[in-house]
Design a binder for this molecule. Sequence first.
Ligand SMILES: [Zn+2]
Length: 55
Amino acid sequence: MPAARECPMCGETMKLKHTDHVVRVAGYPQPTTRTTVEWICPECDYFEEAEAEKA
Ligand SMILES: [Zn+2]
């Protein structure tokens, strides 16, 4: 995964943001946590999903 990425809208350097989601799966008593990774532009609020982490 690249360490840095330029915003396609304004050219600013985007930052990676990790967000944890609690996912409840039917049949499993314990909720599991999934992490999504997004590129966030601090200048114009543009964002896009980064490559999903492999389980
Ligand atoms: Zn931007």
